[in-house]
Design a binder for this molecule. Structure first.
Ligand code: ADP
Ligand code: MG
Length: 567
């Protein structure tokens, strides 16, 4: 795990060296200053030479300037290192998650992915910057200052060392408490986030039921819980830093007292005593630093573990090694003995055999939940069949790349998903290289012209989050325009007109019929009137495909379809 973590430093090796090197020099200078002070007091002051004193002062000043410059480097470039690593990881994760399959997204909450992309990566970035550097410097300062203290006055150094177990005990105890408190705090902020997301994305429902007070009450509970958890962690932080402050000062005072005693007995000069006390400060500092690291490390590592878990999640549907790029397909679709079920559910489709000729329009009807949408979602390979095979133009879809397969298939659904942005951007989503003329033509064919002409900003009109500023029919026509641009040989219309009023439906139906020209079209229909002219109607129930034929044939047969027809 650690080794894998360090691979992320590789592209930023030079930045790391610069940061790490500067930090080391700063630490060495910090260690040298007390010696300089000691020499100043013991050698320069008694001699009383102003020139040398001023010279030494200037030398010290120069060192401070250097040290300050290096500290700037450590602060800025060190954080830059952390930020770079965080950015790399976020990009890698985003690219990876985009490749994961529908099954993954069926079982993963968006909020979970949001936390992985933000909070976890903040923690990891902090750890990437502070982790190795601070740990190394803290250890070095601790050991070196103790060694120097030993060389100045061994008994006094040993007395000082007594403070270490006491401080370590305090730091460790507080750290454990803090760790638990932080976990509580993270859990509570997760609740608050989830509540905000739920209430805000459902705000229209909330307001229409006038349940604002109810929502506020739920929110207040979560918010209060978060406040409590956060307060507790700050109580612990305050307690531990005050405790450390108090103990280090008391120990420093003790050292001063013992030092005074040693100096009376004339074995310790004033300069040595002052220098020693300065080292005591340096000696205690790393303990606090390590305390902070001990808090940061598990959090960062836990985040990194979740990061790698997500990164190691394999897509359920992947291109096979020899997968071929296919060009435009004709659109002959054959289901051969296809069996499929969602994870943890009974099989939805069992031994389905069906063949659709290129250019044919086939309608699927049947009770809700029978598996019509599922059947269609197997064609673009959103899910992998459990048994059997699907072939297009005689080639198993598993031997095509997903990218080239999907570029041949267009889907228009009942609930159209549009992106925040303009009408133009949303139409162009069907073909990112489309020219303005292409976009205009697509809009015209989708019967969108008059609507767009009536907008103050025309094609640049913003449609709001998920297209909230458009009516159901307008969204549907936008989706159709997008499909005209994509121009796929295979078209799937999944209850595309079900949510519309009759008048709008007629307009959209016309647009859809134009869209279906010269394409293999699979229509899932709610209202039978819309599929009167289909080349073939396939009736799907829980028992699979039970009837096939033309509209009139099926009505005449008096089977399941005739029953639906009467209803
Ligand atoms: P239809 O389109 O005919 O109404 P679907 O294909 O949507 O039916 O659904 C068929 C069955 O599969 C239903 O029982 C439904 O609950 C289940 N189902 C649909 N989508 C999923 C999914 N993503 N995960 C698990 N089960 C699903
Ligand atoms: Mg459906």
């Amino acid at each position: 795990m650690i080794r894998r973590f360090f691979t992320y430093y590789k592209p930023h090796k030079r930045l790391f060296m610069l940061d790490f090197g500067s930090a080391c020099v700063v630490a060495v200078l910090e260690l040298a200053f007390p010696l300089a002070v000691q020499w100043f007091v013991d050698s320069l002051l008694p001699a009383g030479e102003w020139r040398t004193i001023v010279l030494a002062g200037s030398g010290l000043f120069a060192l401070y300037v250097v040290s300050t410059g290096l500290q700037f480097i450590v602060n800025y470039w060190g954080h830059k290192l952390g930020i770079n690593i965080e950015t790399d990881m976020r990009q890698q994760l985003f690219q990876h998650v985009q490749k994961l399959s529908f099954r993954f997204f069926d079982n993963t909450k968006t909020g979970y992915l949001m936390s992985r992309m933000t909070n976890d990566l903040f923690d990891i970035g902090e750890m990437a910057h502070h982790g190795p550097e601070d740990l190394f410097i803290a250890c070095m300062t601790f050991v070196a200052s103790f060694a120097i203290m030993l060389s100045i006055h061994t008994p006094l150094a040993l007395i000082t060392f007594v403070a270490v177990p006491v401080l370590v005990w305090l730091v460790a105890a507080c750290n454990k408490l803090l760790h638990e408190a932080a976990r509580r705090m993270y859990a509570e902020i997760g609740e608050v986030n989830a509540r905000v997301e739920d209430s805000m994305s459902g705000i229209r429902v909330v307001q229409s039921f006038t349940n604002e007070a109810f929502e506020t009450e739920k929110f207040m509970r979560d918010n209060a819980n978060f406040r409590k958890a956060k307060l507790r962690s700050y109580w612990i932080i305050s307690f531990s830093s005050s405790g450390i402050y108090f103990l280090t000062r008391v120990f420093a005072l003790l050292v001063l007292m013992f030092g005074a005693w040693f100096s009376f007995k004339d074995r310790l000069s004033y300069g040595e005593l002052i220098g020693f006390l300065l080292y005591v400060n340096l000696f205690f500092k790393p303990i606090e630093k390590i305390n902070a690291l001990l808090e940061m490390y598990p959090r960062g590592m836990a985040g990194f573990k979740r990061f790698t878990e997500l990164l190691d999640t394999k897509p359920d549907v992947a291109d096979s090694p020899g997968a071929k790029e296919v060009g435009p397909l004709r659109g002959d679709i054959v289901f051969k003995d296809v069996t499929f079920g969602y994870e943890g559910h009974a099989k939805v489709l069992r031994h389905i055999d069906l063949s659709i000729r290129a250019g044919e329009t086939v309608a699927f009807v049947g009770p809700s939940g029978a598996g019509k949408t599922t059947l269609c979602s197997l064609i673009p390979r959103f899910y992998e069949v459990d048994g059997g095979a699907i072939e297009i133009d005689g080639t198993d879809i598993r031997s095509m790349t997903q990218r080239s397969l999907r570029s041949n298939i267009g889907i228009v659904q009942q609930d159209v998903f549009l992106f925040t942005g303009s009408i133009r951007e949303n139409i162009a989503y069907g073909w990112l290289d489309a020219t303005d003329a292409d976009i205009r033509e697509a809009a015209r064919r989708a019967h969108l012209e008059t609507f767009i002409a009536a907008q103050p900003d025309g094609f640049d009109t913003q449609i709001g989050e998920r297209g909230i500023k458009l009516s159901g029919g307008q969204k549907q026509r936008l989706a159709i325009a997008r499909m005209f641009l994509k121009n796929p040989p295979i078209l799937i219309l999944d209850e595309a007109t079900s949510a519309l009023d009759t008048e709008t439906e007629v307009v959209i139906q016309q647009a859809l019929e134009q869209l279906a020209v010269n394409r293999t079209t699979l229509v899932i229909a709610h209202r039978l009137a819309t599929i009167r002219h289909a080349d073939r109607i396939v009736v799907v129930t829980e028992d699979g495909i039970v009837e096939q034929g033309r509209y009139e044939e099926l009505v005449a047969r008096g089977g399941v379809f005739a029953g639906l027809h009467r209803a």
